[in-house]
Design a protein around this ligand. Structure first.
Ligand code: HEM
Ligand code: HEM
Length: 184
């Protein structure tokens, strides 16, 4: 478990949990974005639409919690050195994508939370309603939802780039990069 060539075990667990929950967040969010509220009610009915909104908000709030835990494990444990060292171009590219993912995944739930609350909608986590943290403001809510949507596409792009990089190391270069993050 304490392998110096790999990220600390709790950090690896958080990496894969975030990846899994993000998949559900993006899938549910994009469905809501494409259908819109009325479209969702028309196609799915009231109860499935409500469930989809609640599920999406729950996944989003969960990501915020997981990402905060992840920042802590990232700061707490030593990051393993690459052996052999990465080409400087690959190092700069991958580190930039990693940092942008951290920023985006912390900003995204905050945008969703504040957009929802300022639109006077409930911020749901499972069957609880969390505090809104911000007053009602229709114009601000629209603006925040617009940025929530834009950032969603940015995250999708960054994740695809990141997965392409991981597959390149795993299947083509066949170096130890994948092992650094794998659970087994
Ligand atoms: C990392 C976490 C999150 C991701 C990746 C995510 C992703 C998305 C995406 C891609 C959309 C579609 C946007 C569009 O096309 O216009 C969306 C919509 C939405 N998100 Fe999130 N979201 C997250 C967190 C949250 C949170 C925490 C909340 C509220 C508590 C939330 C509330 C909403 C709502 C209400 C919509 C529907 C907006 C509309 O109907 O225009 N999201 N989300
Ligand atoms: C199939 C999906 C994925 C694969 C195969 C994968 C693979 C990897 C690998 C091999 C590393 C180690 C890279 C290194 O140390 O040089 C890594 C690190 C990282 N991954 Fe992923 N990943 C996936 C999904 C994701 C997703 C969805 C996110 C974002 C939510 C993400 C964010 C990160 C970040 C930020 C790091 C840097 C390590 C850290 O500081 O946490 N990964 N990933």
């Amino acid at each position: 478990m304490d392998d110096p060539d790999r990220y600390a075990y709790p950090h690896r667990v958080l990496h894969w949990l975030v990846a899994l929950v993000l998949l559900f967040s993006l899938a549910s969010g994009l469905t809501l974005g494409f259908l819109g509220f009325e479209g969702a009610v028309e196609r799915l009915g009231d109860s499935w639409t409500n469930l989809l909104y609640t599920a999406h908000k729950t996944f989003g709030v969960l990501i915020l919690g997981l990402m905060i835990a992840r920042v802590i494990t990232r700061l707490l444990f030593v990051v393993p050195l690459h052996e052999p060292p990465l080409h400087p171009f690959q190092r700069i590219l991958s580190t930039s994508v990693h940092h942008l993912l951290y920023l985006a995944l912390l900003a995204m739930p905050v945008l969703g939370w504040t957009a929802t609350a300022s639109g006077d909608f409930p911020v749901q986590f499972l069957h609880w309603n969390l505090p809104g943290l911000i007053g009602e403001n229709e114009a601000l809510s629209e603006q925040l939802f617009r940025w929530h949507g834009r950032l969603g596409w940015t995250i999708l792009g960054l994740v695809l780039l990141h997965i392409a990089g991981a597959l390149f190391h795993w299947l083509i270069k066949r170096d130890g990069v994948m092992k650094r993050m794998s659970l087994f």
